[in-house]
Design a protein around this ligand. Structure first.
Ligand code: PMP
Length: 401
């Protein structure tokens, strides 16, 4: 069956699609932190951050089903749920971040942020990290060096080294600004994923981002916190990755976990950034912010809050990181909450470990420019017992080398 599905994919899908694992996964059902394959095998999911509340959370499934059965339209009609959600969402942000625009994907949210930055600053220059990923649209692929050399960066884009130990992130941002200016390009935007996931997960020390944001502001540019990966409680104790850095972004993009799997994403901005743009330019996203998406997002947010998933992310994350640090074959362990990077000596070893763990029924992946960082990002309901299952599989996989 797997072979015939593989053959059909090759026949009819774009070759741009990539599958995970040498032995591709074919899940047919999900529940909590588990995915079940067609043959009934259960896999512990330590990778899918799109379902913070776990796969098929009954409250969220019910909210989607109920709203789907009642009405699904768009943002050109009045509807209460979008307002209830906007209020609940904005209440999780620092004062000042007080306007929400809803989209279907993180790419669309970042795309809108780029348009806003250009509109507000009159500039075009954009600064990103060396292995950043910010989306699939033309404008966001232009600022996504992790897509590789075949996907050229825009001539208005400059990259800066990720904040690896010993690298002063602000110095990189400063020289990127100067380089843009030397080429006659006015800086418009600094954008970072606040957990630096595709760069290899860099979380510490908290606060290191703040001076870089000051630097882009002084140069007349804006700061966009891309919270598509770390947002909605993943970093533990706090809802947003940027909060660990003691700063207030001009714009914040949201996605992946927002609807617990239902397509929901958006951009939260300070009103002075978007109000003029909004008066002059219409924004209508056919599916973004529709009543079903908003029902999914509202229930997801309530579950994150009711089930205290931020606290769980913090407690389980602290335990898991301490256990990983005790393994001598792991070079470094970085992260916050349940976003964890465990660095191995090389990318080939990391690939073998990821595949070996998949064979043992535990799903993780790898990240970083060399692919040598194990990326561990489970649903936020992941507890100590699940962490122990992961660690046993990891020990086996590391021993097999
Ligand atoms: N920003 C970051 C940091 C991401 O990881 C992603 C998705 N991997 C995106 C933006 C784009 O989100 P989407 O796939 O929903 O367009």
């Amino acid at each position: 069956m797997v072979d015939s599905l593989l053959a059909r994919r090759r026949e009819s899908l774009s070759p741009s699609y990539r599958l995970f694992y040498d032995d591709p996964l074919r899940p047919v059902r999900g529940e909590g932190v588990y995915l079940f394959e067609a043959n009934g095998k259960a896999c512990l999911d330590a990778y899918n951050n799109v379902v913070p509340a776990g796969h098929c959370h009954p409250r969220i499934v019910a909210a989607v089903a109920e709203q789907s059965a009642k009405l699904n339209t768009h943002t050109r009609y009045l509807h209460q749920t979008i307002l209830d959600y906007a209020d609940a969402l904005l209440a999780t942000f620092p004062v000042g971040l007080n306007r929400a625009t809803f989209t279907c994907t993180g790419s669309e949210a970042n795309d809108l942020a780029i348009r806003l930055a250009r509109y507000v600053t009159g500039g075009t220059g954009i600064i990103v990290t060396e292995n950043a990923y910010h989306g699939v649209s033309a404008a966001t692929a232009d600022i996504s060096p992790s897509l590789g050399e075949a996907a050229p960066l825009g001539s208005h884009v400059r990259t800066v080294p990720a904040p690896t130990p010993g690298v002063d992130f602000t110095v990189g941002v400063d020289s990127a600004i100067k380089d843009l200016q030397r080429h006659g390009i006015k800086p418009a935007l600094l954008v970072v994923d606040t957990i630096f996931s595709s760069d290899g997960v860099f979380a510490d020390p908290p606060g290191f981002l703040a001076p870089a944001v000051e630097t882009i502001h002084k140069a007349g540019g804006l700061f966009l916190a891309d919270e598509v990966q770390p947002g909605f409680g993943r970093t533990g104790h706090t809802m947003w990755g940027f909060s660990r850095h003691g700063l207030v972004p001009d714009m914040v993009s949201l996605g992946k976990p927002m609807g617990n799997g239902y397509p929901a994403a958006g951009l939260v901005t300070q009103s002075h950034i978007i109000d003029e743009f909004g008066k002059n330019i219409r924004y209508f996203n056919t599916f973004g912010g529709n009543p079903v998406a908003m029902a999914a997002a509202l229930e997801t947010l309530r579950v994150i809050q009711d089930e205290k998933l931020m606290d769980n992310a913090s407690t389980t994350g602290v335990y898991l990181m301490a256990e990983l640090r005790a393994r001598p074959s792991i070079q470094a362990v970085r992260g916050a909450g349940l976003f964890i990077g465990a660095e191995l000596t090389d990318g080939a070893l990391a690939a073998r470990v990821v595949n070996n763990m998949r064979a043992r029924g535990v799903l993780i992946s790898s990240a970083g420019p060399a692919g040598n960082v194990l990326k561990i990002r489970p649903p936020l309901i992941f507890n100590r017992e699940h962490a122990d299952i992961l660690l046993t599989a990891l020990d086996g996989a590391l021993a097999d080398g």
